[in-house]
Design a protein around this ligand. Structure first.
Ligand code: FAD
Length: 475
C-alpha cells in the first residue's frame, strides 16, 4: 500500500458534534477510526449554531428575568453591554479555533485527516488534503456526517445582496442598527430576539405563523414576546426582490411594501450536505436525500458498510438527537464488525435510535422558552385513535409565580388514551427548558398515568404543573 493509501476500520467524513460522537463510540471498543474534516473540528454547533446563538441570548434573558422581580428590577437600570455579550459568545466558540477539539480527538485515540472527503466506491474515501490526495480504505464502515447548509431561497437579487445566514449572525463582531430576518422557524426567532435585545431594530418577515410544526400556542406566545421586545413582525409576506446599496439591504415584499435594514438574515431552513460526497460512486444519486434506518445504515447500498448520522441523514436536525443516532450507529458498527448484529437491530436496543421521531425533545431558547417532546396534539391525532389533550396555565402554578411576577406560560400534555401514556408534552414559559427532561422520561418510558400520579413534584417548583395536568386529566 502506498504512503497515500491507508486501511483503517472506520472512516467518518465530517467532524461535527455528530461525527465526533460516532467516531468516539466506535473507537472506544478498539476499532481504528479516522475522521476527515475540511473546516473546524466541532462543526456547526460549536462555532456557528447552538453554542454562540445561546450565548447571544443568555445575557438578555438574565436581564429580562431580573426586571420581572421587584427589588432586582431596581438594581438593573442599564441596557445590555453588547460588546461584552459578543465577547462572551466568542469565548464559547474558542475564537473559532478548533485546537481544543482536535486535541480531544487525539486524546481519544481517533485519527484526523484535514481535507475534503468523498466516497470513491464501496468502502473507499478519497481526501483532498493540502499535500495531495489521501485514499482511506474502510474495513468495516464509512460514516457520512457532513451536516447541512442554509438554504437561500431563489429570490431576485437575494444572493447578490450578501445576506447573513446563521453563520454571520452567530459570528458577527458588531450589532447592526437595523436587522431584517426572513423566516419564522427556530433560528429566525432565536436570533431575532437576541439581536433585538442587543440593540438592533428588528423586522421579521414571515409567510405564515412562527414556529410551524409546534403547538400553535407556542408560536403565539413567542410572537407576543417578540412584539413586546419591539420587534416588527410582518406575517403573510414573501420577498419578491432584494437589493443592496449604500442605504443597506432593501427587501420588496409581495404586497409592494419595502423593508430596509443594514443586514438581512436568511433563516429559511437547511439542506442536507449530500452533494459532492460521491454518492454516485456507490449506486446512489449525487445530492439526493438519504434514507437511513435506526442504526444509521443508508438504504440502497449493497452490504452493511455505509452509515449516515446527524443533519446529513435526513432524520432530525438537532445536535442532541444526531448524537443519539451516532451512539447507536457507533455501537452497531462495532457489533456488526464482531458479527454480533445482522441487518436489523431490535427497537430500544443500544444499536437502534428508536426514540428519534416519536420521542424527540427540542428547546427553542427564546424568552419565553418552548420545550417540546414527542408528538404535538395534531401529530398524535394522526397516530392514535383516542387522544386526550390537557392544557394548564403555567402562570397559575405557585412555583412559576415565584419565578417571575406576571409569569406567562402554558403546558400541554397529549395522552394516548388507549394505553393511558403521555405521547407529547409542550411547555412554554420562562425557564421551562430544564423541565423538559421529566417529560422526555415519561414519553420514552411510556410511564402509565396512574404511576405518574405517584411522581410527586417538589413545592413550590414549576414542576408542580405535572400534578395540575394530571388532576385536570381526571386523576
Ligand atoms: C443557528 C442555529 C442554532 C442551533 N441551535 C441548536 C440548539 O440549540 N440545539 C440543538 O440541538 N441543535 C441546534 N442547531 C442544530 C445543530 O447545529 C445541528 O443539528 C448540528 O450541528 C448537526 O451536527 P452534524 O455533526 O450533523 O453537522 P455539522 O455540525 O454541520 O458538522 C458537519 C461537519 O462536516 C464537515 N464536512 C462537510 N462536508 C465535508 C467533506 N466533504 N469532507 C470533510 N468534512 C466535511 C463540515 O466542515 C462540518 O464540520 C442549531 C442550528 C443552527 C443553524
Amino acid at each position: 500500500m502506498s504512503e497515500t493509501e491507508r486501511e483503517v476500520d472506520v472512516v467518518v467524513i465530517g467532524a461535527g458534534s455528530v461525527g465526533e460522537n460516532v467516531a468516539d463510540r466506535a473507537g472506544r471498543t478498539g476499532l481504528e477510526v479516522v475522521v476527515v474534516e475540511n473546516e473546524l473540528v466541532g462543526g456547526e454547533c460549536s462555532y456557528w449554531a447552538c453554542m454562540p446563538s445561546k450565548a447571544l441570548l443568555r445575557s438578555g434573558q438574565a436581564l429580562a428575568a431580573a426586571r420581572r422581580l421587584p427589588g432586582a428590577a431596581e438594581a438593573v437600570t442599564g441596557r445590555l453591554d453588547a460588546a461584552k455579550v459578543l465577547a462572551r459568545r466568542t469565548v464559547f466558540t474558542s475564537g473559532w479555533d478548533d485546537a481544543g477539539q482536535a486535541g480531544w480527538l487525539d486524546s481519544a485515540g481517533l485519527g484526523l485527516v484535514r481535507g475534503t472527503g468523498r466516497l470513491a466506491g464501496p468502502r473507499r474515501v478519497e481526501v483532498q488534503t493540502e499535500q495531495g490526495t489521501v485514499t482511506l480504505l474502510a474495513r468495516q464502515a464509512v460514516v457520512l456526517a457532513t451536516g447541512s447548509s442554509p438554504v437561500v431561497p431563489d429570490v431576485e437579487g437575494l444572493a447578490e445582496s450578501r445576506p447573513w445566514t446563521s453563520r454571520e449572525a452567530t459570528s458577527a463582531d458588531a450589532v447592526p442598527a437595523r436587522l431584517a430576518v426572513l423566516g419564522g422557524g427556530v433560528v429566525a426567532v432565536e436570533l431575532a430576539q437576541a439581536y433585538a435585545r442587543l440593540g438592533s431594530q428588528v423586522t421579521v418577515l414571515v409567510r405564515s405563523g412562527l414556529l410551524g410544526g409546534q403547538e400553535d400556542f407556542a408560536g403565539e406566545l413567542v410572537a407576543e414576546a417578540l412584539h413586546a421586545d419591539g420587534i416588527d413582525l410582518r406575517f403573510g409576506v414573501s420577498p419578491v426582490s432584494v437589493h443592496r446599496d449604500a442605504d443597506g439591504v432593501t427587501v420588496t415584499l409581495d404586497g409592494g411594501d419595502t423593508v430596509t435594514a443594514d443586514e438581512l438574515l436568511v433563516a429559511t431552513g437547511r439542506r442536507a450536505n449530500t452533494a459532492g460526497v460521491g454518492l454516485e460512486t456507490v449506486g446512489l444519486t449525487d445530492g439526493d436525500p438519504l434514507t437511513v434506518d435506526d442504526t444509521g445504515l443508508v438504504a440502497g447500498v449493497e452490504g452493511r458498510w455505509l452509515y449516515a448520522t446527524g443533519d446529513v441523514s435526513g432524520r432530525v436536525k438537532l445536535t442532541h438527537q444526531g448524537k443519539y443516532d451516532a451512539r447507536a450507529a457507533g455501537d452497531a458498527i462495532t457489533a456488526r464488525a464482531a458479527g454480533e448484529l445482522g441487518d436489523v437491530a431490535a427497537p430500544w436496543s443500544r444499536y437502534a435510535a428508536t426514540a428519534t421521531g416519536p420521542a424527540t425533545p427540542q428547546v427553542v431558547f427564546t424568552d419565553p422558552e418552548v420545550a417540546q417532546v414527542g408528538l404535538t396534539s395534531e401529530q398524535a391525532r394522526e397516530a392514535y385513535a383516542n387522544v386526550k389533550v390537557v392544557d394548564y396555565d403555567l402562570g397559575a402554578v405557585a412555583g412559576a409565580s415565584l419565578v417571575a411576577d406576571g409569569y406567562t406560560g402554558k403546558a400541554r400534555m397529549v395522552v394516548d388514551e388507549d394505553r393511558r401514556v403521555v405521547v407529547g408534552m409542550t411547555f412554554v414559559g420562562q425557564d421551562v427548558a430544564e423541565m423538559l427532561h421529566s417529560a422526555t422520561i415519561a414519553v420514552v418510558g411510556e410511564v402509565p398515568l396512574d404511576r405518574l400520579w405517584h411522581a410527586v413534584p417538589g413545592y413550590p417548583t414549576m414542576s408542580e404543573v405535572w400534578l395540575r395536568l394530571l388532576e385536570t386529566y381526571g386523576l
